[in-house]
Design a protein around this ligand. Structure first.
Ligand code: PLP
Length: 388
Protein backbone atom coordinates (compact mmCIF):
# COMPACT_ATOMS: atom_id res chain seq x y z
CA UNK A 1 0.00 0.00 0.00
CA UNK A 2 1.22 3.54 -0.77
CA UNK A 3 1.58 5.35 2.52
CA UNK A 4 2.85 8.78 1.48
CA UNK A 5 3.32 10.62 -1.76
CA UNK A 6 4.85 13.98 -2.50
CA UNK A 7 5.17 15.54 -5.93
CA UNK A 8 8.46 17.40 -6.28
CA UNK A 9 7.90 20.86 -7.76
CA UNK A 10 11.66 21.43 -8.05
CA UNK A 11 12.04 18.62 -10.61
CA UNK A 12 13.12 19.66 -14.10
CA UNK A 13 11.12 18.31 -17.00
CA UNK A 14 12.18 17.55 -20.58
CA UNK A 15 15.49 19.34 -20.18
CA UNK A 16 19.06 18.24 -20.70
CA UNK A 17 20.91 17.28 -17.54
CA UNK A 18 22.37 20.51 -16.13
CA UNK A 19 26.11 20.85 -15.46
CA UNK A 20 25.45 21.15 -11.72
CA UNK A 21 24.17 17.55 -11.81
CA UNK A 22 26.67 16.16 -14.36
CA UNK A 23 29.57 17.41 -12.28
CA UNK A 24 28.54 15.22 -9.36
CA UNK A 25 29.61 12.14 -11.34
CA UNK A 26 31.63 13.17 -14.36
CA UNK A 27 31.49 11.17 -17.61
CA UNK A 28 35.20 10.18 -17.27
CA UNK A 29 34.55 8.93 -13.72
CA UNK A 30 31.64 6.79 -14.94
CA UNK A 31 33.66 5.50 -17.91
CA UNK A 32 36.62 4.66 -15.68
CA UNK A 33 34.35 2.63 -13.40
CA UNK A 34 32.95 0.68 -16.33
CA UNK A 35 36.33 0.08 -17.92
CA UNK A 36 37.61 -1.27 -14.60
CA UNK A 37 34.61 -3.38 -13.58
CA UNK A 38 34.22 -5.16 -16.93
CA UNK A 39 37.75 -6.49 -16.38
CA UNK A 40 36.88 -8.15 -13.08
CA UNK A 41 36.86 -11.96 -13.37
CA UNK A 42 33.36 -13.27 -13.97
CA UNK A 43 31.89 -9.99 -15.23
CA UNK A 44 28.69 -10.48 -17.23
CA UNK A 45 25.93 -7.93 -17.85
CA UNK A 46 22.83 -8.91 -15.88
CA UNK A 47 19.54 -9.58 -17.68
CA UNK A 48 16.94 -6.96 -18.56
CA UNK A 49 13.73 -8.96 -18.42
CA UNK A 50 10.40 -8.02 -19.95
CA UNK A 51 7.45 -8.36 -17.55
CA UNK A 52 4.78 -8.26 -20.25
CA UNK A 53 2.02 -9.93 -18.22
CA UNK A 54 2.50 -7.33 -15.48
CA UNK A 55 2.52 -4.53 -18.07
CA UNK A 56 -0.81 -5.66 -19.51
CA UNK A 57 -2.36 -5.92 -16.10
CA UNK A 58 -1.08 -2.49 -15.02
CA UNK A 59 -2.17 -0.67 -18.15
CA UNK A 60 1.24 0.28 -19.51
CA UNK A 61 2.82 -0.60 -22.84
CA UNK A 62 5.99 -2.23 -21.52
CA UNK A 63 7.70 -3.03 -18.24
CA UNK A 64 11.36 -4.05 -17.95
CA UNK A 65 13.08 -5.43 -14.85
CA UNK A 66 16.86 -5.18 -14.54
CA UNK A 67 17.63 -8.36 -12.64
CA UNK A 68 20.66 -7.92 -10.39
CA UNK A 69 20.26 -11.33 -8.74
CA UNK A 70 23.14 -12.67 -10.84
CA UNK A 71 25.56 -9.80 -10.29
CA UNK A 72 28.90 -11.52 -9.70
CA UNK A 73 28.69 -13.99 -6.82
CA UNK A 74 27.16 -11.34 -4.54
CA UNK A 75 23.67 -11.32 -6.10
CA UNK A 76 23.15 -7.58 -5.77
CA UNK A 77 23.99 -4.40 -7.66
CA UNK A 78 26.00 -3.36 -4.57
CA UNK A 79 28.83 -5.58 -5.87
CA UNK A 80 29.54 -2.78 -8.35
CA UNK A 81 29.92 0.05 -5.82
CA UNK A 82 31.77 -0.82 -2.61
CA UNK A 83 34.33 -3.14 -4.21
CA UNK A 84 35.13 -0.58 -6.90
CA UNK A 85 35.57 2.14 -4.28
CA UNK A 86 38.00 -0.15 -2.39
CA UNK A 87 40.03 -0.53 -5.59
CA UNK A 88 40.19 3.27 -6.12
CA UNK A 89 40.99 3.94 -2.45
CA UNK A 90 43.84 1.39 -2.45
CA UNK A 91 45.29 2.88 -5.63
CA UNK A 92 45.31 6.36 -4.09
CA UNK A 93 46.60 5.27 -0.66
CA UNK A 94 49.42 3.10 -2.08
CA UNK A 95 50.36 5.80 -4.59
CA UNK A 96 50.74 8.26 -1.70
CA UNK A 97 52.74 5.86 0.43
CA UNK A 98 55.24 4.72 -2.24
CA UNK A 99 55.35 8.06 -4.06
CA UNK A 100 55.12 6.59 -7.56
CA UNK A 101 52.37 5.87 -10.02
CA UNK A 102 49.94 3.05 -9.30
CA UNK A 103 47.04 2.16 -11.58
CA UNK A 104 43.62 0.62 -10.96
CA UNK A 105 44.84 -2.31 -13.01
CA UNK A 106 47.78 -2.80 -10.61
CA UNK A 107 45.31 -3.03 -7.74
CA UNK A 108 42.99 -5.29 -9.79
CA UNK A 109 45.85 -7.75 -10.29
CA UNK A 110 46.90 -7.37 -6.61
CA UNK A 111 50.40 -6.24 -7.67
CA UNK A 112 50.86 -4.34 -4.39
CA UNK A 113 49.65 -7.05 -2.03
CA UNK A 114 52.38 -6.27 0.51
CA UNK A 115 51.34 -2.58 0.78
CA UNK A 116 47.63 -3.43 0.61
CA UNK A 117 48.02 -5.84 3.53
CA UNK A 118 48.96 -2.87 5.76
CA UNK A 119 45.63 -1.14 4.99
CA UNK A 120 42.25 -1.71 6.64
CA UNK A 121 38.93 -0.69 5.12
CA UNK A 122 35.82 -0.26 7.22
CA UNK A 123 32.14 0.07 6.31
CA UNK A 124 28.69 0.00 7.90
CA UNK A 125 26.04 -2.13 6.27
CA UNK A 126 22.56 -3.61 6.24
CA UNK A 127 24.17 -6.47 4.34
CA UNK A 128 24.94 -5.83 0.71
CA UNK A 129 27.33 -2.87 0.81
CA UNK A 130 29.47 -4.51 3.50
CA UNK A 131 29.61 -7.67 1.48
CA UNK A 132 30.82 -5.73 -1.55
CA UNK A 133 33.54 -3.97 0.48
CA UNK A 134 34.63 -7.29 2.05
CA UNK A 135 34.69 -8.92 -1.40
CA UNK A 136 36.85 -6.10 -2.77
CA UNK A 137 39.17 -6.23 0.25
CA UNK A 138 39.62 -9.97 -0.18
CA UNK A 139 40.38 -9.70 -3.89
CA UNK A 140 42.74 -6.74 -3.59
CA UNK A 141 44.47 -7.99 -0.44
CA UNK A 142 43.62 -5.50 2.33
CA UNK A 143 41.98 -6.02 5.74
CA UNK A 144 38.31 -5.35 6.34
CA UNK A 145 36.05 -4.60 9.31
CA UNK A 146 32.28 -4.39 8.78
CA UNK A 147 29.81 -2.79 11.21
CA UNK A 148 26.28 -4.18 11.42
CA UNK A 149 23.43 -3.16 13.69
CA UNK A 150 21.84 -5.97 15.65
CA UNK A 151 18.75 -6.38 13.45
CA UNK A 152 20.86 -7.52 10.48
CA UNK A 153 20.46 -11.30 10.07
CA UNK A 154 23.10 -13.84 11.08
CA UNK A 155 23.05 -15.10 7.48
CA UNK A 156 24.23 -11.71 6.25
CA UNK A 157 26.95 -11.61 8.93
CA UNK A 158 28.19 -15.05 7.89
CA UNK A 159 28.27 -14.05 4.23
CA UNK A 160 30.56 -11.12 5.10
CA UNK A 161 32.75 -13.28 7.36
CA UNK A 162 33.09 -15.89 4.61
CA UNK A 163 34.89 -13.17 2.64
CA UNK A 164 37.49 -12.81 5.37
CA UNK A 165 36.14 -9.65 7.03
CA UNK A 166 35.68 -9.13 10.78
CA UNK A 167 32.15 -8.14 11.79
CA UNK A 168 31.42 -5.73 14.69
CA UNK A 169 27.84 -5.66 15.96
CA UNK A 170 26.42 -2.27 16.98
CA UNK A 171 23.39 -1.40 19.14
CA UNK A 172 20.79 0.70 17.31
CA UNK A 173 20.06 1.08 13.61
CA UNK A 174 21.96 1.50 10.32
CA UNK A 175 22.74 5.15 11.04
CA UNK A 176 24.27 4.19 14.40
CA UNK A 177 26.47 1.65 12.64
CA UNK A 178 27.63 4.35 10.17
CA UNK A 179 28.67 6.57 13.12
CA UNK A 180 30.41 3.72 14.95
CA UNK A 181 32.38 2.75 11.82
CA UNK A 182 33.49 6.35 11.20
CA UNK A 183 34.50 6.89 14.86
CA UNK A 184 36.53 3.65 15.07
CA UNK A 185 38.16 4.39 11.73
CA UNK A 186 39.47 7.65 13.10
CA UNK A 187 40.77 5.93 16.22
CA UNK A 188 42.63 3.19 14.32
CA UNK A 189 43.57 5.05 11.14
CA UNK A 190 41.34 2.84 8.99
CA UNK A 191 39.83 3.89 5.64
CA UNK A 192 36.06 4.35 5.62
CA UNK A 193 34.45 3.04 2.41
CA UNK A 194 30.88 4.19 2.85
CA UNK A 195 27.98 4.13 0.40
CA UNK A 196 26.54 7.20 2.07
CA UNK A 197 28.16 10.64 2.21
CA UNK A 198 28.20 13.52 4.67
CA UNK A 199 29.82 16.99 4.82
CA UNK A 200 33.54 16.59 4.13
CA UNK A 201 33.18 12.93 3.06
CA UNK A 202 32.14 12.75 -0.59
CA UNK A 203 34.94 11.26 -2.70
CA UNK A 204 34.58 7.59 -1.81
CA UNK A 205 30.73 7.58 -1.98
CA UNK A 206 31.16 9.20 -5.41
CA UNK A 207 33.27 6.21 -6.53
CA UNK A 208 30.60 3.89 -5.12
CA UNK A 209 27.95 5.67 -7.20
CA UNK A 210 30.20 5.59 -10.28
CA UNK A 211 30.32 1.79 -9.91
CA UNK A 212 26.50 1.61 -9.85
CA UNK A 213 26.30 3.34 -13.24
CA UNK A 214 27.68 0.19 -14.88
CA UNK A 215 24.14 -1.13 -14.35
CA UNK A 216 22.46 1.81 -16.10
CA UNK A 217 24.99 1.72 -18.93
CA UNK A 218 24.06 -1.94 -19.48
CA UNK A 219 20.34 -1.13 -19.39
CA UNK A 220 20.64 1.47 -22.12
CA UNK A 221 22.52 -0.98 -24.33
CA UNK A 222 19.98 -3.71 -23.66
CA UNK A 223 16.85 -1.55 -23.99
CA UNK A 224 15.01 -3.31 -26.80
CA UNK A 225 12.42 -0.68 -27.80
CA UNK A 226 12.91 2.09 -30.28
CA UNK A 227 11.63 4.65 -27.81
CA UNK A 228 13.26 5.35 -24.47
CA UNK A 229 11.71 4.52 -21.08
CA UNK A 230 9.07 7.03 -19.99
CA UNK A 231 9.15 6.14 -16.28
CA UNK A 232 11.76 4.75 -13.88
CA UNK A 233 10.65 3.53 -10.45
CA UNK A 234 13.72 3.26 -8.24
CA UNK A 235 13.95 2.24 -4.60
CA UNK A 236 15.75 4.43 -2.09
CA UNK A 237 17.82 3.71 0.99
CA UNK A 238 20.37 6.47 1.54
CA UNK A 239 19.78 7.59 -2.06
CA UNK A 240 23.15 6.67 -3.58
CA UNK A 241 21.52 4.17 -5.93
CA UNK A 242 18.71 6.53 -6.97
CA UNK A 243 21.22 9.38 -7.43
CA UNK A 244 23.45 7.27 -9.69
CA UNK A 245 20.52 5.89 -11.71
CA UNK A 246 18.89 9.30 -12.23
CA UNK A 247 22.13 11.05 -13.09
CA UNK A 248 23.37 8.48 -15.57
CA UNK A 249 20.01 7.98 -17.30
CA UNK A 250 19.40 11.73 -17.46
CA UNK A 251 22.83 12.28 -19.08
CA UNK A 252 22.09 9.50 -21.57
CA UNK A 253 18.49 10.47 -22.42
CA UNK A 254 18.86 14.27 -22.33
CA UNK A 255 15.62 16.12 -23.03
CA UNK A 256 13.88 12.76 -23.45
CA UNK A 257 14.60 12.03 -19.79
CA UNK A 258 12.16 9.62 -18.18
CA UNK A 259 10.07 10.54 -15.16
CA UNK A 260 11.83 9.32 -12.05
CA UNK A 261 9.85 8.05 -9.07
CA UNK A 262 11.63 7.13 -5.83
CA UNK A 263 10.06 4.45 -3.61
CA UNK A 264 11.01 3.97 0.06
CA UNK A 265 9.70 1.99 3.03
CA UNK A 266 7.42 4.12 5.19
CA UNK A 267 9.61 3.25 8.20
CA UNK A 268 12.73 4.83 6.63
CA UNK A 269 11.51 7.69 4.46
CA UNK A 270 14.48 10.09 4.57
CA UNK A 271 14.29 10.91 0.85
CA UNK A 272 10.54 11.51 0.97
CA UNK A 273 10.94 13.76 4.04
CA UNK A 274 13.76 15.67 2.34
CA UNK A 275 11.63 16.22 -0.76
CA UNK A 276 8.79 17.47 1.41
CA UNK A 277 11.06 19.88 3.27
CA UNK A 278 12.99 20.94 0.14
CA UNK A 279 16.27 20.15 1.92
CA UNK A 280 18.00 17.08 3.38
CA UNK A 281 16.17 15.66 6.40
CA UNK A 282 16.85 12.73 8.67
CA UNK A 283 14.33 10.33 10.12
CA UNK A 284 14.77 8.29 13.25
CA UNK A 285 14.23 4.62 12.45
CA UNK A 286 12.26 2.99 15.23
CA UNK A 287 10.86 0.01 13.29
CA UNK A 288 13.00 -1.97 10.87
CA UNK A 289 11.36 -2.47 7.47
CA UNK A 290 11.36 -5.91 5.90
CA UNK A 291 13.20 -4.13 3.07
CA UNK A 292 16.39 -4.07 5.16
CA UNK A 293 18.63 -2.65 2.43
CA UNK A 294 16.40 0.43 2.27
CA UNK A 295 16.33 1.02 6.00
CA UNK A 296 18.37 4.25 6.18
CA UNK A 297 17.40 7.32 8.20
CA UNK A 298 19.97 9.72 6.75
CA UNK A 299 20.22 10.56 3.07
CA UNK A 300 23.50 10.70 1.22
CA UNK A 301 24.25 14.40 0.75
CA UNK A 302 25.94 13.74 -2.57
CA UNK A 303 22.69 12.37 -3.98
CA UNK A 304 20.47 15.24 -2.88
CA UNK A 305 21.33 17.77 -5.65
CA UNK A 306 20.57 15.05 -8.23
CA UNK A 307 17.34 13.84 -6.66
CA UNK A 308 16.10 17.37 -6.04
CA UNK A 309 16.21 18.19 -9.76
CA UNK A 310 15.52 14.77 -11.28
CA UNK A 311 12.82 13.05 -9.26
CA UNK A 312 9.20 13.89 -10.01
CA UNK A 313 7.55 11.97 -7.20
CA UNK A 314 8.57 10.37 -3.92
CA UNK A 315 6.45 7.50 -2.61
CA UNK A 316 6.60 5.44 0.54
CA UNK A 317 5.12 1.95 0.80
CA UNK A 318 4.26 -0.46 3.58
CA UNK A 319 5.94 -3.86 3.81
CA UNK A 320 2.73 -5.78 2.89
CA UNK A 321 3.23 -6.11 -0.88
CA UNK A 322 6.85 -7.28 -0.57
CA UNK A 323 6.44 -11.02 0.23
CA UNK A 324 3.55 -11.62 -2.21
CA UNK A 325 5.44 -9.84 -4.98
CA UNK A 326 8.62 -11.85 -4.35
CA UNK A 327 6.49 -15.02 -4.58
CA UNK A 328 4.80 -13.91 -7.77
CA UNK A 329 8.10 -13.05 -9.47
CA UNK A 330 9.49 -16.46 -8.47
CA UNK A 331 6.40 -18.35 -9.62
CA UNK A 332 5.49 -16.56 -12.82
CA UNK A 333 8.75 -15.12 -14.08
CA UNK A 334 11.39 -17.40 -12.46
CA UNK A 335 12.99 -14.28 -10.99
CA UNK A 336 14.77 -14.53 -7.64
CA UNK A 337 14.05 -11.16 -6.03
CA UNK A 338 15.13 -10.30 -2.48
CA UNK A 339 13.19 -8.11 -0.05
CA UNK A 340 14.76 -4.82 -1.15
CA UNK A 341 14.64 -5.72 -4.85
CA UNK A 342 10.92 -5.33 -5.34
CA UNK A 343 10.24 -1.90 -3.84
CA UNK A 344 10.32 -0.02 -7.15
CA UNK A 345 8.04 -2.56 -8.82
CA UNK A 346 5.74 -2.58 -5.78
CA UNK A 347 5.55 1.23 -5.98
CA UNK A 348 4.46 0.96 -9.63
CA UNK A 349 1.87 -1.75 -8.91
CA UNK A 350 0.41 0.14 -5.95
CA UNK A 351 0.31 3.36 -8.02
CA UNK A 352 -1.66 1.64 -10.77
CA UNK A 353 -4.29 0.50 -8.26
CA UNK A 354 -5.46 4.12 -8.00
CA UNK A 355 -6.75 5.79 -11.15
CA UNK A 356 -5.91 9.19 -9.69
CA UNK A 357 -2.35 8.35 -8.82
CA UNK A 358 -1.81 6.59 -12.18
CA UNK A 359 -2.87 9.86 -13.82
CA UNK A 360 -0.86 12.06 -11.43
CA UNK A 361 2.29 10.15 -12.31
CA UNK A 362 1.40 10.61 -15.98
CA UNK A 363 1.22 6.88 -16.60
CA UNK A 364 -0.75 5.84 -19.67
CA UNK A 365 -1.23 2.83 -21.98
CA UNK A 366 1.82 4.02 -23.94
CA UNK A 367 4.15 4.21 -20.92
CA UNK A 368 7.39 2.21 -21.00
CA UNK A 369 8.50 1.55 -17.46
CA UNK A 370 11.89 0.48 -16.12
CA UNK A 371 12.45 -0.98 -12.64
CA UNK A 372 15.55 -2.33 -10.93
CA UNK A 373 15.51 -5.68 -9.16
CA UNK A 374 18.48 -4.76 -7.03
CA UNK A 375 19.11 -8.07 -5.26
CA UNK A 376 18.46 -11.79 -5.40
CA UNK A 377 18.37 -14.14 -2.41
CA UNK A 378 21.13 -12.30 -0.56
CA UNK A 379 20.08 -14.08 2.63
CA UNK A 380 18.80 -17.47 1.37
CA UNK A 381 17.17 -18.36 4.70
CA UNK A 382 15.11 -15.14 4.85
CA UNK A 383 14.30 -15.53 1.14
CA UNK A 384 12.99 -19.07 1.57
CA UNK A 385 10.96 -18.10 4.62
CA UNK A 386 9.25 -15.37 2.60
CA UNK A 387 8.77 -17.48 -0.50
CA UNK A 388 7.40 -20.41 1.46
C1 PLP B 1 19.25 -4.56 -2.51
C2 PLP B 1 19.32 -3.11 -2.28
N1 PLP B 1 18.55 -2.30 -3.02
C3 PLP B 1 18.58 -0.96 -2.87
C4 PLP B 1 19.40 -0.36 -1.92
C5 PLP B 1 19.37 1.12 -1.76
O1 PLP B 1 20.58 1.74 -2.11
P1 PLP B 1 20.94 3.16 -1.48
O2 PLP B 1 21.17 2.96 -0.01
O3 PLP B 1 22.17 3.57 -2.21
O4 PLP B 1 19.78 4.06 -1.72
C6 PLP B 1 20.22 -1.18 -1.14
C7 PLP B 1 21.10 -0.60 -0.12
O5 PLP B 1 21.79 -1.26 0.63
C8 PLP B 1 20.18 -2.58 -1.31
O6 PLP B 1 20.95 -3.40 -0.58
Amino acid sequence: MIKQHVHNDMAMKEQACPDSVREILSAPARQQARKTIVQWPGYQPTKLQSLQAFALELGVEALYYKDESTRFELSSFKALGGAYAVQVMLRDAIKRSIGSDVTLEDIGYARYREQASQITVVAATDGNHGRSVAWGAQRFGCNCVIYMHNQVSIGRQEAVEALGARVCRVQGNYDDSVHAAAADAQLHDWHVVSDTSWPGYMDIPRDVMAGYTVMTAEVMEQWPLEELPTHVFIQGGCGGLAGAVCLDLWCRCGVDMPKFIVVEPEAAACLYESARAGEPRMVDITVESLMGGLSCGAMSLLAWPVLKLAVNDFLTISDDPVGPLMRRLAREESIVAGESAVAGLAGLIETCKSKDRYAQLELSPTSRVLVFGTEGATDPEVYHQLIG
